[in-house]
Design a protein around this ligand. Structure first.
Ligand code: FHN
Length: 481
């Protein structure tokens, strides 16, 4: 009998595991069917403290991918590789000892943290995510836990420290990108297949803890840790460690935010736990892609942040951008607004040159985005999902009773269709420089908003002031068909 009960219990557990693995992320189970997790989500729903509100209201950030990979810029032994430049070590199969010889060439004479911070300020970004250490293992700070750091290069200086200081001086928050996967570390394992692997990987996790604690104590103004390189089996089999890291950093730095990419639960399920709850503070799976503005409205239920490259897939500096499509500033702006319209943040990536300057295409793009943001930023900062049906002319964003219509596609009719939910009634429409715009009600809860006379080619914004009404005015009787 006892054996039968045991078998039954084991079957239940096995089924629980299987169901957990097969469930789609974000498919919530009814509460009574949820499985017990030690390392699942620590919270249900969004965080609403001041630090998280700050993260959310910023909406626009920049990413910096800077490491040794900037030196070869996608070329190794005369061969140019099309893939992401920061992965060159892997594309060209370069052993770590050889790759790390690039440290002898790390001497970015044109690097000026103050100029970087001014560029970010001009672009209108509210935070910058910096690669403290990418997969290659080279650290932009003088870590005492490895020899592969800026301190052991001809440049010697603490790049990360200089950047934190300069960005903070401009009022820009700094977020730390940190790759757990570290190609330079002898104890890193892609999977755990033996006891030796387990012992080595335990050492590796301790080393990683030390580096993280070091970063948190050397640079206590850091506002966010953005983990990457966390997809390997070795990490998925150590979900406990991912929960521990989140807790450790939150104890050291109250208010700090952590992305979902760090986390794996008891069953190795990532981002969303086996019960469908988001782990970490915001979802970070949207990389070089965005949720569909009609089909994926579920994302408005949690915080999320997307990141994008300017060329197709180059994060670190690649010397030849002609190898893939390069987005123009309007395409970048459209992605920024698209993210905000669905309640997300957008982070635009830059890959500085090995000399410490930015390539001219990046500078020009940052300037163009900045010009637009200066004029139109109020439809981005502090804005959220508006709750209106998407229209072909562009995107809605919302801040309280102000709904922003951000127009990217101009219709020939010169009328912009707006459909509101029953409880919302537009009371006024103006351009951001204050010109009044005509609004005509065409049928119940549907309006035509006139395109302003003077449109100068850029995507433009109409601010629709709305009031909340009880039920709709039934002016047009529904047809009896
Ligand atoms: O492999 C990296 C890649 O180089 C880059 O850092 C991006 C940024 O989101 N993350 C990884 C791929 O997901």
């Amino acid at each position: 009998m006892r054996n039968r009960i045991l078998t039954f219990v084991l079957l239940l557990v096995a089924c629980g595991n299987l169901c957990a693995q097969q469930k789609k992320s974000s498919d919530l189970l009814p509460a009574e069917q949820e499985i017990m997790l030690k390392y699942g989500a620590d919270r249900l729903g969004k965080r609403h403290d001041a630090a998280m509100e700050r993260f959310r209201s910023h909406r626009l950030g920049a990413f910096i991918h800077w490491g040794l990979y900037a030196i070869p810029g996608g070329e190794w032994n005369g061969k140019v590789y099309n893939g992401a430049a920061e992965w060159l070590k892997s594309w060209a199969n370069v052993p770590s000892e050889e790759w790390m010889k690039l440290m002898n060439q790390w001497n970015p004479q044109r690097f000026d943290a103050t100029k970087w911070a001014r560029m970010a300020k001009e672009m209108g970004v509210k935070y910058v995510k910096i690669t403290t250490k990418h997969h290659e293992g080279f650290c932009l700070w003088p870590s005492k836990y490895t020899k592969y750091t800026v301190a052991n290069t001809p440049y010697k200086k603490d790049i990360l420290g200089e950047l934190v200081k300069a960005y903070n001086k401009e009022g820009i928050d700094v977020h730390f990108y940190f790759s757990v996967m570290d190609w330079s570390h002898p104890d890193y394992r892609y999977d755990i297949k033996s006891e030796d692997d387990e012992i080595a990987f335990r050492r590796f996790l301790e080393f990683t803890d030390n580096q993280l604690k070091e970063l948190a104590s050397l640079y206590p103004t850091v506002k966010d840790f953005w983990f990457d390189g966390t997809w390997d089996e070795s990490i998925k089999k150590n979900g406990w460690w991912t929960a521990h890291v989140e807790q450790m950093l939150k104890e050291m730095l109250p208010g700090v935010t952590i992305n979902s990419r760090l986390r794996a639960d008891d069953y190795g399920k990532r981002h969303f736990d086996s019960n469908g709850h988001l782990m970490g503070d915001y979802e970070s799976g949207y990389e070089r892609r965005l949720p569909n503005p009609v089909k994926d409205l579920k994302v408005t239920k949690w915080d999320w942040e997307a990141c994008m490259t300017i060329p197709e897939n180059q994060w670190g500096y690649h010397k030849d951008w002609s190898l893939s499509y390069v987005k123009n500033s309007v395409e970048v702006l459209e992605r920024i607004v698209h993210a905000v319209s669905m309640g997300g943040n957008m982070v635009v990536n830059f890959g500085p040159q090995p000399d410490g300057d930015f390539r001219h295409e990046e500078k020009e793009l940052a300037e163009a985005v900045g010009r637009w943001m200066k004029k139109n930023g109020e439809c981005v900062y502090g804005c959220d999902y508006a709750g209106l049906e998407k229209q072909d002319w562009g995107y809605y964003t919302r801040n309280g009773n102000d709904i922003y219509m951000v127009v990217f596609n101009l219709p020939f009719s010169k009328w912009l269709t707006v459909k509101t939910p029953k409880e919302l009634k537009p009371v006024e429409a103006v351009t951001l420089d204050g010109q009044k715009v005509e609004v005509v009600e065409t049928t119940n809860n549907e309006y035509n908003v006139k395109v302003p006379e003077k449109i100068i080619g850029d995507p433009f914004v109409i601010k629709l002031k709305v009031e909340i009404v009880n039920g709709s005015v039934d002016k047009y009787k529904a047809a009896l068909t």
